[in-house]
Design a protein around this ligand. Sequence first.
Ligand code: AMP
Length: 508
Amino acid sequence: MSGNLFGLIRAAAPDLKRIFIATSDGRAITYGDLFDLSGRYANVLSACGVKFGDRVAVQVEKSPEAIVLYLACLRLGAVYLPLNPAYTLAELDYFIGDSEPRVVVCAPDRAGEIAPLASRLGVTATLTLGTDGVSGTLSDLAAKASANFDDAVCSSDDLAAILYTSGTTGRSKGAMLSHGNLQSNAETLVQAWRFTGRDVLLHALPIFHTHGLFVGTNVILLVGGSMIFLPKLDPDQIFRFLPQATTMMGVPTFYVRLLQDSRLTREATEHIRLFVSGSAPLLAETHAEWHTRTGHAVLERYGMTETNMNTSNPYDGERVPGSVGLALPGVEVRITDPETGQPMPRGEIGMIEVKGPNVFKGYWRMAEKTAAEFRPDGFFITGDLGLIDGKGYVSILGRGKDLVISGGFNVYPKEVESEIDALPGVDECAVVGVPHPDFGEGVTAVVTLKSGATVTEAEVLKQLSDRLAKYKQPKRVIFIDALPRNTMGKVQKNVLREQYKALYQAGG
Ligand code: AMP
């Protein structure tokens, strides 16, 4: 039997009239359309020279057709390579040069700049795809192409996609994901989160990232369910379409923003069976507020581009605020000493390592980097610090590179952030380490306040003085209007470190 993920998707869609994706502007793509159009796209790509194993780089705005294009690549045995639409030409130069795709698909209004770049980098063809279902050269060619296509037979180890990591330090790396990686994780999540063909997922996430592309879309495809596509998080649209949905997946920012809206009530959400959060930490406070307002306990899970999803709070059973839950079935999670790699006892903080069929095949053309991030026994070193408690629940304390070492002591930013977040008037905060002449790194808190609140640096420091050991207390507290975040809602600590790198040098 072929290990092609598309075979499973086809088998899971019993009713071709069932809507696969409905858009907020009133378009609907059925499963019948999906199979027809993906066959056409596969024929177009094949006519452009795309063969088994070739990369197809795609930088387009969110649309159902972009998902169809992903499926066309699966059918061809080609490697889907989605790119953030926000990437500039200079960034594309790196991604296209590094991945050497056979074909690039871009938004119609960017073809003028991207086609010459792609051609210079040896790409055979540049096609375009709009968001309305008809515009772009790919749509034009698909209209004339046959819908019949013989799906590639492949092994579960063959590559299905390359997703570049967001790369906050050094060059972004291409994570190679196989058909088997995607299939195993989607099947696991379907079971863990009880997805069925009756589900309708409200989808406001981007689709160039693992969360919106694989977690959301693959889970729906493997049960023959539906999605409602919103271009981005827009509370008006969320409240307009929520009545038609059964589930929603979001990054923590979604939940924070929706909590600020008076339309978020128990009545508005009572028909929803599951709210999922991931990609960044959901504050325990947000979890609690959401529960009070709606009666729902948001289910928080943890994953990354390289590994798909690793842990999840249970569907039935306790969803612990501030924890990312238990290892998913088939996934092994352990905590090790970051220096020696030795496994550590439960309750102790160390490096989170994972192993399982969900874990990627390595970084594209970076054999040394790949080797450095795997242990000899096959565990992947995630770069996240955390602990596993007595009941098996995992908590994340931040990225290893965000650890602050002050005066020789390890300071886990999350511990300090949780104390500051709990202070009256504080909206949120990020703790970073920046160079300090005496301590190596100075613990530095960057804080945003709730509207109308007035809190001073001295007040924050005073309140922390009997809650945190001296070495964990911030040397400075800086107030700003908003924390810098990327599209997935992650706080960009590298930006803060850069911004405040001279703070202590200047005698501050
Ligand atoms: P990405 O590869 O962009 O999906 O980023 C993966 C990283 O996001 C992980 O290594 C974690 O640092 C972080 N992350 C994902 N989910 C969570 C979560 N539920 N809580 C805290 N951090 C998370």
